[in-house]
Design a protein around this ligand. Structure first.
Ligand code: DGL
Length: 266
């Protein structure tokens, strides 16, 4: 039995990295739907359909847990996938991301940056307000960050200009937020550049570690083998060499093109 993890592309590898750190003895199978990336600019109906197909492909590998390591898909498809695959535990990244932001904020003023689809869904506002009814949540769609991260442009003039352009209005508010939640799996690789632009007054959080903690809670230590190292299968729907090249920086370890299996989701 494996833990299945999927994203629209390589971004979810930041979540996989945290999962493997937290649960090193587990076997993982990761699917990046690179043929259909980005999900963030698509309609909710399309994202639900894509997520449904990705989940079905992973479930075929025999899972003990399914992780939706894509904010856009978590925002719109979590209830459908939970219902479809019950009693398989299905964990999304929005709840854990909201948890990280709510815990880190003193003022309750929280900024969320995400894709257009995630912002439109209102899923983060709802999840944060469930935990902190006093919270003021400002959400900003930053679709260009996905393209920059995919290109490996994670620092430099162009990146900082884009960050300033998207985040300037947030920072200039009379009562600025004290937490910036990276509500998109592609954004953690830009964290150092974001930090340079926003300064130190703002805590920058993402959902990777809290998602890993949520999965560990769900599995409750079952099948844990101390000292063992679990396996990893990497699947993509398009262009294995690109997945390997770009994905290595997201996973934090080298991926060889031969390690990426191409699958067709139909
Ligand atoms: N994985 C998506 C997310 O976390 C970002 C990339 C995309 O738009 O597909 O929302």
């Amino acid at each position: 039995m494996s833990i299945g993890v999927f994203d629209s592309g390589v971004g979810g590898l930041t979540v996989l990295r945290a999962l493997r750190r937290r649960l090193p003895a587990r076997d993982f199978v990761y699917l990046g739907d690179t043929a259909r990336l980005p999900y963030g600019t698509k309609s909710a109906a399309s994202v639900v359909r894509y997520a449904d197909q990705a989940a079905a492909a992973l479930v075929g590998h025999g899972l003990e847990c399914l992780v939706i390591a894509c904010n856009t898909a978590s925002a719109v498809a979590l209830p459908v996938l939970r219902q479809r695959h019950a009693p398989l535990p299905v964990v999304g990244v929005v709840g854990p991301g909201a948890e990280a932001a709510a815990a880190a904020s003193r003022s309750g003023r929280i900024a969320v940056i995400a894709t257009e689809g995630t912002v439109r869904s209102g899923a983060y506002e709802a999840a944060i307000r469930r935990l902190r009814p006093d919270a003021t949540v400002s959400s900003v769609a930053c679709p260009l960050f996905v393209a920059l991260a995919e290109e490996g442009w994670i620092e430099g003039e162009v990146v900082e200009l884009a960050i300033r352009r998207y985040l300037g209005p947030l920072l200039d508010q009379a009562l600025p937020p004290d937490v910036l939640l990276l509500g998109c799996t592609h954004f953690p690789v830009l964290a150092a550049s974001i930090r340079r632009v926003v300064g130190t007054a703002l805590a920058i959080v993402d959902s990777a570690d809290t998602t890993a903690a949520a999965v560990a809670r769900v599995l409750d230590g079952a099948g844990e083998v101390a000292g063992a190292t679990g396996g990893l299968r990497l699947l993509a729907t398009d262009d294995g060499p690109r997945f390997a090249r770009v994905g290595s920086s997201f996973l934090g370890e080298p991926i060889t093109p031969a390690a990426v299996e191409i699958v067709d989701l139909g």
